[in-house]
Ligand binder design. Structure first.
Ligand SMILES: C[S@@+](CC[C@H](N)C(=O)[O-])C[C@H]1O[C@@H](n2cnc3c(N)ncnc32)[C@H](O)[C@@H]1O
Length: 252
C-alpha cells in the first residue's frame, strides 16, 4: 500500500528539503563518534548528512525504487567527494530480520520509519534487531510524528510542494484515519499541465501505523533498551502539548 515509495521523485519533492531533524541526528552521531546504522534510509537524506561528518554509515533500505534513488544520489555525491560515497554502504535488508556481522555506535530509524511496522511482532522484531546491532555504549534513536490528525478525507492543497513541481502543478493530499487499527492512509495526487496542454496525474498512497508516546517507550523497554528518553522536539526539549514529534534516544 506504500506506493509513495514507488515514486521516489514525488517522495523527494515533498521531503528532501526537510531539515528539522538533521541537527538532532548529527549531534548524536558526533557524540557517539563511531559507525552508524540507519534503518529505512529512503533516498539518503539523513545518510548523506551523517556520512558528511566523516563517519561510516550502513544504510538499510528494502524498497527497490527508494534504494535506487539513494544509489543515484550517492553516485552524484561521489563525483564531488569520493570519500563521502565510500563511507556509505547501502544494503537491501529489512529492519525486522537484519543480521549483520558488524556492531554500531549508533542505530537510527529517522523520520517515521517505525510507523511502517504495523504489527506488534514486527515492532518487537525490528527494535530487538536494532539493539542487537549496537556495540557496548551504543545508542539508538528514532522519531515519529505526534498523531494530531485532521478531518477524515478532507482534501487540502499543498502549494509549497506543488510549487516545487512547477508553476502548472497542483498537489492535493487527504487522509483516511482508522482509529481502531491506529492506521492513517494518506492519498496524494499531483496534477501537472504539460507543455502540450495535457493534464498528467501522479497518484500515491502512504500507509502508516501511528504510535502513542508511552506505547513506543514501552516497546523500546520491552526490546531491552535502557535509559529511554523521549523529547518533544529535535533540540531535546521536553514533551509539550504542542509537540509535533516525539524523538527518542535509548541505550542498548
Ligand atoms: C518515511 S521514509 C524515511 C526515509 C529517510 N530515513 C528519511 O529520513 O528521509 C521510511 C523508509 O522506511 C523504509 N521501510 C519500510 N519498512 C521497512 C522495514 N521493515 N525495514 C527497513 N526499512 C523500512 C521505507 O521503504 C522508507 O524508505
Amino acid at each position: 500500500m506504500n506506493d509513495l515509495y514507488g515514486d521516489p521523485w514525488l517522495y523527494d519533492l515533498q521531503h528532501d528539503g526537510y531539515r528539522d531533524d538533521l541537527h538532532f541526528y548529527r549531534r548524536l552521531a558526533e557524540d557517539q563518534a563511531g559507525a552508524v546504522l540507519e534503518l529505512g534510509a529512503g533516498t539518503g537524506r539523513v545518510t548523506l548528512a551523517l556520512a558528511a561528518l566523516g563517519l561510516p554509515v550502513v544504510a538499510v533500505e528494502p524498497h527497490p525504487a527508494m534504494r535506487a534513488r539513494a544509489a543515484q544520489r550517492l553516485h552524484a555525491a561521489a563525483e564531488h567527494d569520493p570519500g563521502l560515497a565510500a563511507r556509505i554502504r547501502l544494503i537491501d535488508a529489512d529492519a525486522r530480520t537484519l543480521a549483520l556481522e558488524e556492531r554500531f555506535a549508533l542505530v537510527l530509524a529517522p523520520f517515521n520509519t517505525l510507523m511502517h511496522l504495523e504489527r506488534l511482532d514486527d515492532q518487537d522484531a525490528a527494535l530487538t534487531r536494532a539493539r542487537e546491532h549496537l556495540d557496548d555504549g551504543g545508542a539508538f534513536a528514532c522519531d515519529v510524528y505526534v498523531p494530531r490528525l485532521g478531518n477524515d478525507a478532507v482534501v487540502r492543497a499543498e502549494p509549497a510542494w506543488s510549487g516545487l513541481a512547477g508553476e502548472q502543478a497542483d498537489l492535493l493530499v487527504w487522509q483516511h484515519h482508522d482509529p481502531v487499527q491506529q492506521v492513517v492512509l494518506s492519498h496524494q495526487r499531483l496534477d501537472e499541465v504539460g507543455a502540450d496542454g495535457l493534464l498528467r496525474r501522479r497518484r500515491a498512497t502512504l500507509r502508516q501505523r501511528y504510535f502513542q508516546r508511552f506505547e513506543l517507550e514501552r516497546a523500546l523497554r520491552a526490546a531491552g533498551f535502557v535509559d529511554v528518553r523521549c523529547y518533544g522536539d529535535f533540540d531535546r526539549g521536553p514533551v509539550r502539548e504542542a509537540s509535533s514529534v516525539w524523538a527518542f534516544v535509548a541505550r542498548g
